[in-house]
Design a protein around this ligand. Structure first.
Ligand SMILES: *Cc1c(COP(=O)(O)O)cnc(C)c1O
Length: 388
């Protein structure tokens, strides 16, 4: 592996890159080819490809057991699962969400004619600040969607109290939080329902996929109906619906990955720890840490670049990309700066000071043991901290 000791060693200054093959953020976890292919064999033997097939049913049961929740409704992706959960909950009017999230959280509302209202975050956790949420409540507000960003639980108790006080529905976008816990309890059981994404880039993946989990029987029934065009039985449509079904091959991937989930999380945590060591003591560089008393997949390696560092975030990203380390700027510049919200709410930034200050400082690094030492050497060289 290439060593970076001086500025001349940097690929951005003409040296060969550290990695010939780019190292991506969110490279898919494919843990057992044999287990996956064995499950796919069953799909072919069954001649049952989709429509609530046996593998999807088994995956739903296993996920519900794993999380300790009554219902798991598997879907074709996390975004459709959000849309269906939002609709089944009867959200309307305005719903409060963070701007500092993947744009799907906001789009899932806007797509259904509901106004996402952006609330600010706590800069220490990157999650919703309950006081900021309180300030955004209006007579049109019907609900709150908390996001467990980077797998760290949102302030669930505070949001629950706020929701009860104001008669609002509360649900969670748990797309990052499969395997996470809050005060010792698995994410998946909180609020009216929680929505996971099992997209290829997430720590636990079904290629494309997602699920809504809930302890509410009626809500689970409503979501099952809506994910299958509103069909109750063969010819009986009793509700508007869409096609949100997970296919059997995706469930095959899910079953294979779920068997190996502890190993996936252990690797994520190990890589995170390596970054922590490699980046220790760098001026102005903060690696977002996770609460050791709660579980987290450690899938996201989140760096904040402060004023004390001699290069800015965008220059660091350029230098890393030149090395083949494809760091990302998630979720810059914040949903409120993306369309259509930027035109709809041109002044939203005024009430989002923490989001606005954080967005230009964040770097997401590949969860990779290989990329960690190179990243550390690069930053140390740029900081001038490494002596020749
Ligand atoms: C990935 C993600 C989604 C969307 O999930 P898909 O399965 O890609 O549709 C929603 N919210 C957040 C926070 C995400 O990261």
């Amino acid at each position: 592996m290439k060593e970076i000791r001086t500025l001349d060693d940097l690929a951005i200054h003409g040296a060969p890159p550290a990695f010939d093959q780019p190292v991506h953020v969110g490279r898919p976890n494919i843990v057992s080819r044999d287990a996956f292919l064995a499950h796919v064999g069953k799909v072919l033997d069954n001649q049952w490809l989709t429509n609530n097939g046996p593998l999807v049913c088994e995956l739903e049961r296993r996920i519900a057991d794993h999380l300790g929740v009554k219902h798991c409704v598997a879907m074709c992706n996390g975004t459709i699962a959000l849309e269906i959960a939002i609709r089944a909950l009867g959200l309307a009017g305005e719903v409060i969400v963070p701007s500092w999230t993947f744009v799907a959280t906001a789009h899932a509302l806007h797509w259904q004619g509901i106004t996402p209202v952006f609330a600010d975050i706590d800069p220490a956790t990157h999650n919703l600040d309950p006081d900021a949420v309180r300030r955004m409540i209006t007579p049109r507000t019907t609900g709150i969607i908390g996001v467990h960003l980077w797998g760290r639980a949102a302030p669930i108790d505070e949001l629950q109290a706020l929701a009860e006080e104001h008669g609002l529905k509360l649900m969670f976008d748990a797309a990052h939080a499969f395997g996470s816990s809050y005060k010792g309890q698995s994410i998946g059981r909180f609020g009216a329902c929680e929505v996971f994404s099992f997209h290829a880039t997430k720590s636990f993946n079904t290629m494309e996929g997602g699920a809504a989990t809930t302890n509410d029987d009626e809500l689970a029934d409503a979501m099952r109906l809506m994910r299958n065009f509103g069909f109750k039985g063969y010819d009986n449509v009793i509700h508007p619906g869409t096609n949100g079904k997970m296919i059997e091959v995706c469930a095959a991937m899910g079953l294979a990955n779920l068997q190996a989930i502890d190993g996936i999380f252990a690797a994520g945590q190990r890589n995170h720890t390596i970054y922590k060591q490699e980046l220790a003591g760098l001026p102005g560089i903060t690696l977002l840490d996770y609460d050791p008393t709660d579980r987290n997949s450690h899938h996201y390696v989140v760096l904040e670049v402060g004023e004390d560092f001699p290069a800015n975030r965008d220059d660091i990203i350029l230098a890393l990309h030149a090395e083949g380390i494809l760091a990302r700027k998630y979720f810059w510049p914040g949903c409120h700066m993306m369309q259509p919200y930027r035109d709809l709410f041109p002044h939203a930034g005024l009430v989002l000071p923490n989001t606005t200050a954080l967005a230009p400082r964040v770097v997401i690094l590949p969860n990779s043991a290989d990329a960690a030492p190179t990243t550390g050497q690069l930053l140390r060289t740029v900081a001038g901290a490494r002596k020749r």
